[in-house]
Design a protein around this ligand. Structure first.
Ligand SMILES: NC(=O)c1ccc[n+]([C@@H]2O[C@H](COP(=O)([O-])OP(=O)(O)OC[C@H]3O[C@@H](n4cnc5c(N)ncnc54)[C@H](OP(=O)(O)O)[C@@H]3O)[C@@H](O)[C@H]2O)c1
Length: 291
């Protein structure tokens, strides 16, 4: 299989790269992976997308890890966020369909408004409350419309890793610099280690059924198991690495940001676990692997 991975410099792209380039990766079926960043394939530019695919041999699977992920900045850069998260996905889906390839696209818990008191299922109503969420949802919808078969949307949440910018890395830095921090305690979610998600994606593409059969396009939820607030998550991070920094709980109202955040976006993961025979790790166990 010839597999294209976009977003090679992002958290998920780098996590996939890390796995396929370790001994673990050696035990996988022979796949040829091609990793691209915005230098090779710029999703903000229609011509760049056309040129890239015109100048490369066909792929069997495209894993789209690239996205406009700056949630607050998106409120001001609506057009760019919409281009990368929506219009480029529409264009990509058309190309993937034409190539008779499969597409794995990553989406977000921010397609929900966070007002539910139950974990979100894939079929639950979406209602994004910020520009980032709206553009990601528009991308999902365009993809489903163009590719009723052979695509997969994996919604994930609160992604962290050893790479790039994320909450865990920010806490590690601030925790060493300051004696105390105020962290929002009324937003709940499921932190997800990018390596876990990367492993799941690799399991899926090596699944015989997935490789050999045409499937209807489906949405799946995948995050690490369990739920926590940002405040308690920060406390757990400091406890794990023994950083002495007091963490004070504050409300979302006390920490205004340009983009509104959903209150509770915990998602149900059983569908992906059942269909692909996965055992999903708890967020705390996975966080421990990082250190
Ligand atoms: N991070 C989270 O907490 C979170 C939560 C839920 C869902 N997700 C979803 O999970 C997926 C992976 O996220 P991540 O955490 O790996 O994000 P990330 O670390 O921000 O990586 C995103 C990548 O997309 C690339 N990109 C941005 N604009 C581009 C463009 N115009 N053309 C080509 N590439 C472009 C970035 O390139 P540069 O490196 O050059 O900037 C970056 O490498 C995304 O679909 C995201 O929406 C993330």
């Amino acid at each position: 299989m010839r597999i294209l991975v976009t977003g090679k410099n992002g958290q998920l792209g780098r996590s996939i790269y890390k796995i396929v380039n370790t001994t673990n990766g050696d035990s996988l079926p022979p796949n040829e992976f091609i990793f691209v960043g915005r230098e090779e394939l710029d999703l903000s530019n229609n011509n760049s997308i056309i040129n890239y695919f015109d100048n490369h041999n066909k792929f069997d699977i495209i894993i789209n890890c690239a996205a406009y992920t700056a949630v607050d900045k998106a409120e001001k850069e609506q057009e760019l966020a919409n281009q990368v998260n929506h219009l480029a996905i529409k264009q990509l889906a058309g190309i993937v369909k034409e190539q008779k390839a499969k597409l794995i696209h990553i989406s977000t818990d921010y397609v929900f408004d966070g007002e539910s008191n139950k974990p979100y299922k894939e079929t639950d109503e979406t209602n994004p409350i910020n520009v980032y969420g709206k553009t990601k949802l528009a991308g999902e919808k365009a993809l489903q419309e163009i590719m009723p078969t052979n695509a997969m949307i994996i919604r994930t949440s609160w992604v962290y890793s050893e790479y790039g910018n994320n909450f865990v890395k920010t806490m590690l830095r601030l925790g060493k610099e300051r004696d105390e921090l105020n962290i929002v305690s009324d937003q709940i979610g499921s932190p997800t280690y990018a390596t876990d998600l990367a492993e799941v994606i690799l399991k899926i593409i090596n699944n015989t059924n997935y490789r050999n059969k045409k499937q209807s396009t489906e949405i799946y939820h995948y995050s690490n198991e369990g739920e926590i607030s940002w405040h308690d998550f920060a406390k757990e991070i400091f406890e794990l690495v023994d950083i002495q920094c007091r963490v004070n709980p504050i409300t979302t109202g006390e920490y205004p940001t340009p983009a509104q955040r959903p209150k509770n976006t915990v998602m149900q993961n059983d569908k992906i676990a059942r269909i692909f025979g996965l055992k999903i790790a708890n967020w705390k166990a996975s966080l421990g692997l990082l250190f």
